[in-house]
Design a protein around this ligand. Structure first.
Ligand code: NAD
Ligand code: MG
Length: 340
């Protein structure tokens, strides 16, 4: 495995580069501000009159309509939502330099053939392994979120050095930059968010909550047990792996973990994880998501509303309102659904 740090950066690769960052959401804002602070000539591509434009201007950045922002840029970072990228690329491609580098933070559209950049362009990926607000916050603190980097097309012969230069510009080399491929980044990223991080973790929490409530326990107690306390465990895992968790939890909790955990997440759960991965690998998931998006998200909206309407949300909202300090940090990086 190749893990790059500051010392591997070629300072010539992106020297004096003009970088157009398209989109000013979670990643776009973090990348644009970090790159500008790192000394790059940054222009943000957003729609005039949109929220992104107002926000980027207030942050002191230069703004232009996406199709104008890309003119003359050495590197164009595609940081609008994945489902909007094909349309945005069509709108800007004609104005891009034929030898520009096109950068993604997730490989979805290149890997699944939704965007096919012209042969003369470098096509690169820098994917921070964390949400945008953290990418910004850690940079400001002199730290950096680790990144993955990859090259799909190396027209200049220098694509890899450009990707690493960009990762360095957003602070990624401080945490370490790992080399991967568009295929590996796309498939593992989708699997992680579906089976473990977002889909898996929330279903585990909700099913645990329901089990306790159905058995007659107070919903508030079930909430604290299954949702609130999860952060303590996740923090321990994040800092020091499974060993650190066991060093901090009680012996009784460790024994319960060792004897009961595998009963809940058993071989049948592992089998369904492999099915989920299969859907990602053979393109079933991508097709389904692209179709759903094209239809205007009818099922997506219904299922999301059902999540919001669950008892764990009403109970949780009431309990969390007593703990105002919970909101302060992470709300800054909230995904903006509004258009630029
Ligand atoms: P986002 O939803 O937070 O923001 C996208 C921004 O794009 C909006 O704020 C808006 O400024 C603009 N926009 C939206 N629709 C547009 C349109 N039709 N035309 C022009 N501009 C439009 O997006 P994000 O979560 O930052 O995702 C951007 C990329 O980064 C995606 O490829 C995503 O997979 C990747 N990524 C995201 C995260 C994350 O934590 N959010 C982490 C790693 C990689
Ligand atoms: Mg992801």
């Amino acid at each position: 495995m190749n893990l790059y740090t500051e010392k591997d950066v070629d300072p010539q690769a992106l020297k004096g580069a003009r970088i157009a960052v398209l989109g000013y959401g979670s990643q776009g804002r973090a990348h644009a501000l970090n790159l500008a602070d790192s000394g790059f000539d940054v222009v943000v591509g957003v729609r005039e009159g949109g929220k992104g434009w107002a926000k980027a201007t207030a942050d002191g950045l230069q703004c232009a309509e996406p199709a104008e922002a890309v003119r003359g840029a050495d590197l164009v970072a595609m940081l609008v939502p994945d489902m909007a990228q094909p349309e945005v690329f069509s709108a800007v491609a004609g104005n891009m330099r034929a030898d520009a580098a096109l950068l993604f933070a997730h490989g979805f559209n290149v890997h699944y053939g939704q965007i096919t950049p012209p042969e003369g362009m470098d096509v690169i990926l820098v994917a921070p392994k964390g949400p945008g607000d953290l990418v910004r916050r850690q940079y400001e603190q002199g730290r950096g979120v680790p990144c993955l980097m990859a090259v799909a097309q190396d027209a200049s012969g220098n694509a890899s050095a450009k990707a690493l230069g960009y990762a360095h510009g957003i602070g990624g080399t401080r945490g370490g930059v790992m080399e991967t491929t568009f295929k590996e980044e796309t498939e593992t990223d989708l699997f992680g968010e579906q089976a473990v991080l977002c889909g898996g973790a929330t279903e585990l929490v909700v099913r645990g909550f329901e089990t306790l409530v159905d058995a007659g326990y107070q919903p508030e107690v079930a909430y604290f047990e299954c949702m609130h306390e999860l952060k303590l465990i996740v923090d321990l895992l994040h800092e020091g792996g499974i060993r650190k968790m066991h060093e901090f939890i009680s012996e009784t909790a460790t024994y319960g973990d060792l004897t009961r955990g595998k009963r809940v997440i058993d071989e049948s759960a592992a089998e369904r994880m492999r099915e989920v991965l299969q859907d990602i690998q053979d393109g079933t998931f991508a097709r389904q998501w692209i179709d759903e998006n094209a239809k205007g998200l009818p099922e997506y909206k219904k299922m999301l509303q059902a999540d919001f309407d669950h008892q764990i949300e009403t109970v949780g909202e009431r309990l969390r309102s007593r703990m105002s300090w919970l909101h302060e940090e992470s709300d800054k990086g909230k995904k903006s659904s509004e258009a630029a």
